[in-house]
Write a new protein. Structure first.
Length: 163
């Protein structure tokens, strides 16, 4: 799988469109498993912590994420048709980057805690309370699925080469 970037205008146009709902009836369990494995492999190969389906050219409301826990172990998430159900008023400003916007980083203000609802790979409803870095990753990926890029919200974007 190749990651779409804004360096290609056609890819950027695709990245800026809201994705379509993931319809579990159109995929076998094996196809879903293979899709998740490919997305996870692509994300890890690019040293990412999250990857939305539209970043690899798929018009599907789905993202994967893998974030290390405070204990050093990482947990893999695959969220289908995610929606942010609630978020804290407390905001945090942190630097973000994106696999689809190579070499650019900027400070983005996001809610410190969120509640995310969606479905797991078996189509079962899930609800996750996330805070800190995990909440940030989830918000970043949901933005992708809504056709928004972090550079639309970033303050003082800077290139890695201009530090």
């Amino acid at each position: 799988m190749d990651i779409l970037t804004i360096q290609n205008k056609k890819d950027e146009k695709f990245l800026r469109r809201k994705t379509g709902v993931f319809d579990f009836s159109k995929f076998t369990k094996k196809e879903i498993k293979e899709l998740l494995e490919k997305m996870r492999k692509t994300m890890k190969a690019a040293d990412g912590v999250g990857l939305s389906a539209n970043q690899v050219g798929l018009n599907l409301r789905l993202f994967v994420a893998e974030v290390p826990s405070q204990k050093g172990r990482s947990k893999f998430y695959a969220i289908f048709n995610p929606e942010i159900e609630g978020q804290s008023e407390k905001l945090a400003m942190l630097s973000e980057g994106c696999l689809s916007v190579p070499g650019l980083f900027g400070a983005v203000e996001r809610s410190d805690k969120i509640t995310l609802k969606g479905f797991d790979a078996q189509g079962k409803k899930i609800k996750i309370k996330a805070w800190g870095f995990l909440a940030r990753v989830f918000q970043h990926e949901v933005d992708h699925l809504n056709g928004k890029l972090f550079i639309d919200k970033a303050k003082f974007p800077r290139s890695m080469n201009r530090e």
